[in-house]
Design a protein around this ligand. Structure first.
Ligand code: AMP
Length: 569
């Protein structure tokens, strides 16, 4: 019989994992950007391509680790020149262009906090996040600035500097500079200051059921988890050509689109173009992608494009495929095996965990439809909340909330300005994920659903409250409620119900006006795809709108307990 190595205790595991990274010279701490870039300058990866950018227009552009180190040094120096000190927040509102990557790494070197925003956001999500994150600096394009940010300057008095990636347009707005001009004046050498592993590094906004978006704050030592999970869950090796299709505006695009592959010294492909089935197969082929990390909605869209299309491409470089962000239907795993010759490895994590926690890992049996098993260093359980306590369910196949034992380095450290909400996520040693799951007898976890009303559309988490607030800004709207309606392609689509103020006629014209208003305020990600005007919305006796009931009615499901309903309608 083979000797079996017992699984390592999480504490020892993370301590070894930390030791596998370099740390700043002379024991001056641990800095994410140093581990991602500068550490490679004395090794074989120094002149390897770190990013190969495929722009929307024009020729591909490559940046080696050495070049990335120099450019990010310039950005760090620029922040110092602008007197943007450690702990200040640098926001990014950009497509997948080189300046974004340079700014992320430069800001981390200068010990600023980096907060990426998805570029399809409209002005309202941008304003609320920049206000909550106390934005000092914004890196954006001239067009995004004019269309989405210029009108918000009064609401963002702390925003001192706007650095424009691209030819600047005429503006008299204060603090607006051309980024390329400023960088050209900076020296390419920079000494990263001492960095405490617990210093804040990354801020990612995520959505809850109620209230404003939550800014989950991560620290520099999260890089330890980014590094080891890139190896254990994505099988990254130094000679890989890796393509993470997630936008850096979301946590996957940051942790695994930037930090993790860099720490392993791999070459990442960054495709700025939007999804297009043929274009994606072409990228996989022409870029000789070996490891591909993508999302279920994209896979379903490829499946819809048919089995003939991929046959026209040579995909033989592909070695490993993984997916995250929403449930991956078992058929997709089977399709992938049949059509691409490889299965898809589903994995699970969320903004708060900062890195992959549960995965179908290389070399282990994949159970199609399952998210896999906890990674080394991660202890997961199924639990039930009762009277403020959490009870762990030991028997297999029981449904309950997914719990994770605290102690891994990429766990978030707070929700910015919402300490109580943050504390509410923990019970003793357990972090409560808000996801419902079951665990089978072999330790595989199966996703059941969310414990709250948050909507997952095309992998993006959307808070109903944020959408409802934007709808309520329209003068005709008296009440609004938003639900996730199941959709075969994007998982769930945003559906809104509104009731009108007296004096407004509920006709098609007004309906379209309200939809248009929401789209303009929120952008295409969160705006409702469907909107229905009702006479009034069902509420509890205490006046709380019952999204659950609207959803049940929409789906033709049993309405459940309606005893608390104000006036059953
Ligand atoms: P986010 O914080 O935006 O990354 O969203 C995290 C949420 O996405 C999780 O809490 C889950 O609800 C969902 N999610 C992530 N990965 C998976 C997966 N593999 N299967 C099902 N749901 C997932």
């Amino acid at each position: 019989m083979d000797a079996v190595t017992p699984p390592q205790e999480p504490e020892a595991f993370w301590s070894d994992a930390r030791a596998s990274l370099a740390g700043l010279p002379d024991g001056r701490g641990l800095n994410m950007a140093h581990e991602a870039v500068d550490r490679h300058l004395s090794g074989p990866a120094a002149d390897r391509v770190a990013f190969r950018f495929l722009p929307k227009k024009g020729e591909p552009l490559e940046m080696t680790y050495r070049e990335l180190a120099a450019e990010s040094n310039r950005f760090a120096r620029l922040l110092e020149r602008l007197q943007v000190g450690p702990g200040s927040t640098v926001f990014l509102l950009l497509g997948r262009v080189p300046h974004l990557y340079v700014a992320v790494l430069g800001a981390l070197k200068a010990r600023c906090v980096v907060c990426p925003l998805f570029s399809a956001f409209g002005p309202e999500p941008i304003r609320s996040r920049m206000a909550a994150g106390d934005a000092r600096v914004l890196v954006t394009t001239p067009t995004f600035y004019r269309r989405k940010v210029a009108g918000l300057r009064e609401a963002l008095p702390g925003l001192d500097h706007v650095l424009l990636a691209g030819p600047p347009e005429e503006t008299t707005d204060p603090g607006v500079h051309c980024l390329a001009d400023l960088l050209a004046r900076e020296d390419a050498h920079y000494r990263i200051p001492d960095t405490d592993p617990q210093d804040p590094a990354l801020l990612h906004f995520t959505s809850g059921t109620t209230g404003v978006p939550k800014g989950a704050l991560h620290v520099h030592e999260a890089v330890v988890a980014h590094h080891v999970t890139g190896r254990s869950a994505l099988d990254l090796r130094p000679d890989d050509r890796f393509w993470c299709t997630a936008d850096p505006g979301w946590v996957t695009g940051m942790s695994y689109g930037i930090v993790s592959p860099l720490t392993s010294g791999v070459t990442s492909i960054v495709d700025e173009r939007e999804f297009d089935a043929e274009g994606w197969y072409r990228t996989l082929q022409d870029e000789r992608v070996t490891v591909w990390y993508t999302a279920p909605t994209a896979i379903r869209m490829l499946m819809k494009a048919g089995r003939e299309l991929p046959r026209r491409f040579d995909l033989s470089s592909l070695r490993f495929i993984a997916s995250v962000g929403e449930p991956l239907n078992p058929e997709a795993v089977v399709w992938s095996q049949e059509v691409l010759g490889l299965p898809i490895h589903d994995n699970w994590w969320q903004t708060e965990t900062g890195g992959i926690m549960i995965a179908n890992i290389p070399g282990q049996e994949i159970r199609p439809g399952s998210m896999g098993r906890p990674l080394p260093g991660v202890e997961a359980a199924v639990g039930r909340r009762t009277n403020g306590e959490v009870e762990v369910i030991r028997e297999p196949d029981e449904e309950g909330e997914l719990l994770l034992r605290t102690g891994w380095p990429s766990l978030f450290r707070t929700y910015l300005g919402q300490e109580e909400r943050y504390r509410g996520c923990f019970q003793g040693d357990w972090y409560l994920t808000g996801d419902l799951v079951r665990r089978d007898a072999d330790g595989y976890f199966w996703f059941v659903g969310r414990a709250d009303d948050v909507i997952k559309s095309a992998g993006h988490l959307i808070g109903p409250f944020e959408v409802e607030s934007a709808l309520l800004e329209h003068p005709a709207v008296a009440e609004a409620a938003v639900i996730g309606k199941p959709d075969p392609m994007v998982g769930e689509m945003v559906k809104a119900f509104v009731a009108l103020h007296p004096g407004y006629t509920p006709d098609e014209d007004l309906r379209l006006q309200i939809v248009g208003h929401a789209r303009k305020r929120l952008g295409s990600v969160a705006a409702p795809k469907e909107l229905e005007i009702l006479d009034d919305l069902p509420k509890t006796k205490s006046g709380k709108t019952l999204r659950r009931l609207l959803k049940a009615r929409e789906l033709g499901l049993p309405e459940g307990d309606v005893s608390t309903l104000e006036s059953p309608s």
